[in-house]
Structure formats: C-alpha cells, structure tokens
Design a protein around this ligand. Structure first.
Ligand SMILES: Nc1ncnc2c1ncn2[C@@H]1O[C@H](COP(=O)(O)OP(=O)(O)OP(=O)(O)O)[C@@H](O)[C@H]1O
Ligand SMILES: [Mg+2]
Length: 392
C-alpha cells in the first residue's frame, strides 16, 4: 500500500519520458527520517521498470538500485552498481550476454582488499570515473540492443551517508558529463536522502546540486493519512478475515498523534488494531494503543528515539539540550531560550547544537539563525516521559 506523492510521481514520469528522449533531468528527493523516501524510491523503481502504472503511464527501463553508507568508496559504488544491473538483467532477460566485458576495469579490484580499493578510489579518481562512465555507455548499448530497454534508471538511497571520499556530487557530475559527451543520454539518476544530502553534495562539488530537480517530502496530508489507515484495515481483513470498523474521531486522533509521518501512521495503526477488542476502533482504543506500556510511542521510541538519545549521542550535555527543546514540543526554539536553562557553557551549547544538526536529530530553521526544533512532537513526548521515568 502506497498513498500520495502525486507531485513526485508526475516529476518522475516526466523525467523518465525525458530520459527516453535523450534529455534526462535527474531527481533528488529529500526528507526527514521515516517520511517515506525509501518507499517512494521503491515504487518509483517499479514504475520505471513497468511493474506499476501511474495515470495510465507505463515505462520500460532497467532499474538498478544501490544504498550508500560511509564505507563505500568509488570502486565499491561501481561494483555494487554493476552487480545490481547484472542481477536485474539475469532476472528479466537471462538471454542477454553478461556485462563482464563492459565492466572489465573492475576485475583488478575484484579480489582486492578494502584498503586497496579505497586507496585507488582516491589516487586514480579521475581515471576510475572515466572507466565507470564508459562501462555505463557499453551497458546501455547492450541493454537497448538485446534487452529492448528504453534506458537505465539508477536509484541511490541513503545519499546523506555518502563518505567525503566518495565525493558523490563531483563523481555524479563527472559521470553525467562523460555520458553526455558520449551521447549516452538514456540514464536517469534518482537520489534520496536526509536533508543533509544537500551539504554532502555541495561539499564535494559546489554546483552539483544543479544536476538535480529537488523535491522535499513532507508528512502525508490528513486525507492521505486516513486512506493509509483505511487501506491498512482492509488488508488486515484480508489476512485475518476479521472486519474492523473505525470511528471518524479515532481516524482524526491517529492523524493528530502521527502528525502524518508514514512510519508513525503504520505503527500507531498496528498498535491500535491490537488493542481493539470489539471490532470498532474508537478514541479510547487510539489513546490506549498510543500510550500503553507496550504502545506505539514506546515501540517507536525503542526503534528511533532511544537510538538518537543514547547511541548517536555520547555527551550528556546534548541530551540536556534535547530535554530543554522538548519543553516546546516540536516548535521552534531560539538558542537564547535554550541558553537560559542550560547548565553548561555557551561553547558547549554551540558545539552540541551543531553536532545535533549534523546528526539530523534537530532541524535548523532556514533563513533564521539560531532557531531549531525537534522533528516530531512524539519525540518531545518521549523525551519528557523518559527523563521523568529514567527508563532506557
Ligand atoms: N506514501 C506512503 N504510503 C503509505 N505508507 C508509507 C508511505 N511512505 C512510507 N510509508 C511507510 O512508512 C514507513 C517508513 O517509510 P520509509 O522507510 O520509506 O521512510 P524513509 O524516509 O526511507 O526512512 P529513513 O529515513 O529511516 O530511511 C514504512 O513502513 C512505509 O511502509
Ligand atoms: Mg529509507
């Protein structure tokens, strides 16, 4: 079940048509944690390969997909991409010749250790990028000739995690420039990540953002959230055979608690469904499902917030900053307001805030210096309770 995101799908549809016409316009999709980036990327992949129809539109691309992390160097990036392309070809067109020849330059890295691949990625960066792009050119030729594909879509998830060494922005820029020079214009990149991806890209090349048309995913709208809840109940009925009704008030309340964040809608939906005993979900069921001992907030907290609060933060002063911020729920708070309650030095506050922003735990207000907020009201709720009860 996938709901909403019509503007993004329109853009992806257009971009695919442009890639088919030889004039690709790459896409960057940004959004906070759990907002639905990976889900969108998956459905976009399905759409591009013809497994999903949008507004009566269907496409015929080969779709490769990679997910980045801080250990991936340029050579790994190329190896993972080649493997993904090969896997897709094997699945869909087993008759097409292997890509081994097209990606021959990777053979010298195949048996090499991590250190060698990383060293070479930096030392021979320009050359590897050239060979990488040429391999893509050969791949496209083979895809069009023998697999009758319209082109290649490369999905890159978790781009915010790209290491500085990978130089994602300049690597993509050089690759796309080489592709254009080789008149190989049927490749579309769709990149997703946390909002910090913008910094990752600009740090590696100032103008690399210009490669993309950018989309910022927001929470689902109220009617979309309600559609997710209703479809969830229908799916549950298919699986369990049990019919469950839900009052309008309960739907509204799920929207209020979830704030339209898809991962919260999902979890709250499950928790509330579990709590209900009489086949009619009402306001009381929602409250119990959300706040009970093993309720949605506790489960979401265990999965996301505890990680932010403990694993990602090693200094108590940063937890103190979050606790002060939580008093305003997820509203904007100024540094001055935090400072008034903060028990440490101003420098510690500055460093703490910077680190929390870098980790994607708090959000800086664009255009307003020294203003921040927590991502979710439920995170604030969890912090408040957690500090009170001291549970970990
Ligand atoms: N448009 C949508 N309709 C219905 N459910 C959705 C939608 N988008 C996301 N979800 C659900 O919300 C949850 C989180 O989505 P997803 O993993 O795609 O988010 P994300 O932005 O990639 O998160 P992260 O930042 O942690 O990688 C999943 O359970 C997914 O099924
Ligand atoms: Mg994701």
């Amino acid at each position: 079940m996938f709901i909403g995101r019509a503007p993004e799908f329109d853009a992806i549809d257009r971009a695919l048509a442009q890639a088919l016409g030889g004039n690709p316009s790459h896409i960057l999709i940004l959004g906070e944690r759990g907002i639905g980036k990976t889900s969108l990327l998956n459905v976009a992949g399905l759409f591009a390969r013809g497994g999903y129809t949008w507004n009566d539109r269907k496409h015929n691309f080969l779709v490769a997909r990679i997910s980045l992390n801080e250990n991936i160097c340029l050579v790994d990036f190329a190896i993972n991409l080649r493997n993904s392309i090969q896997r897709e070809i094997d699945k869909e067109n087993p008759g097409v010749a292997s890509l081994k020849k097209a990606w021959d330059f990777l053979s010298r890295f195949e048996a090499a250790g991590i250190a060698y691949k990383h060293e070479e990625s930096i030392k021979n960066n320009a050359q590897i990028i050239q060979e990488f792009a040429f391999s893509l050119v050969d791949t496209i030729k083979s895809l069009k000739d023998s697999a009758q594909k319209d082109g290649l879509v490369i999905l890159i998830d978790e781009a915010d995690k790209a290491s500085l060494d990978l130089s994602l922005g300049s690597s993509l820029k050089s690759i796309t420039e080489t592709l254009a020079a080789e008149d190989c214009n049927n490749i579309l990149f769709v990149v997703t990540g946390l909002p910090g991806t913008r910094d990752v890209l600009t740090k590696s090349h100032e103008s690399s953002l210009r490669l993309f048309q950018e989309f910022n995913l927001g929470p689902l709208l109220k009617d979309e959230t309600i559609t997710v809840i209703e479809s969830g109940l229908q799916e549950a009925k298919k699986i369990s055979g049990k019919e469950t009704q839900i009052t309008d008030e309960a739907k509204d309340l799920i929207y209020v608690f979830s704030e339209g964040y898809p991962h919260f809608v999902q979890q709250i939906g499950y928790s509330v469904f579990e709590v209900d005993e009489d086949g009619l979900i009402d306001k009381g069921d929602v409250n119990t499902g959300v706040f009970a001992e093993r309720g949605a907030i506790k489960l979401i907290g265990d999965r996301y917030y505890a990680k932010f609060f403990y694993k990602d933060i090693s200094v108590e002063s940063q937890r103190e900053i979050l606790s002060i911020m939580a008093e305003k729920w997820n509203d904007w708070i100024t540094k001055k307001e935090i400072k008034e309650k903060f028990s440490n030095k101003e420098k510690t506050l500055d460093n703490g805030v910077r680190s929390l922003i870098e980790k994607g735990i708090i959000i800086p207000r664009e255009g307003f210096k020294g203003q921040y907020r927590l991502q979710w009201a439920s995170f604030a709720f969890w912090i408040k309770n957690h500090r009170k009860t001291g549970r970990q």
